[in-house]
Design a protein around this ligand. Sequence first.
Ligand SMILES: O=C(O)COP(=O)(O)O
Length: 231
Amino acid sequence: MKTKTFAVDIDGTITENGVGRINLDALAALRHLTNIGHNVIFVTGRSSVEAYLLSVFGGTTKIAVGENGGCITVDTNDHILLGNMQQCQHALNIIQKEIANVSEKPVFPRMTEVVLERTFDLELAKQVVLEKKLDVLLSDSQYAFHINSLGIDKGTGFQNVMKRLSVSRDDVIAIGDSATDIPLFKTAKTSIALGNSSEYVKSQATMTTNAKSGDGVIEALDKLAPKLSEV
Ligand SMILES: O=C(O)COP(=O)(O)O
């Protein structure tokens, strides 16, 4: 059996979205996959340091894609910056002039992106980005809105990791729940949208689960289990 690489979202996938509390059974299942030789890599809109720490304490593969693909942490003091913070800050200034109630969300420090409270109409902000020809991408993780440099998403960030680990698409399994996970789904042969995903997100995955978040992760891993015995 060949080593598989799991690309796993955090919020809404192994945590209760908005609360940040980990489903311990889901984490134990991911640790088990790591123990039997698979890669389990967190790919999140959180900072890559949070995801890296989760991999240390959780016992999964120690490399993390954060900031929606803008930043990869490969070691305690080794971060690969793919996005450009200045571009995102510039876009924020312009969006704030055009739209009310746009404020930064208090989050752990970011190196390549801006994170916003979900307190305004994202579609309106996307119009501003188009009209002003800003080089950024706006997205909604259901936990926060994000401003990332154009060309940066979870898919491009994870492709960088695939190259580093010499992993091919055929051996990647992506698990997620929100629109920001769709580019990640596209990097994987098998993609799993959890029960708490919107119908649109589900339509972009190759598999769906009935159960939500962490329970959905366990349901998906049970379905895949026959293919995932010791490598
Ligand atoms: O948006 C965030 O900061 C976290 O969201 P994610 O872990 O679902 O990507």
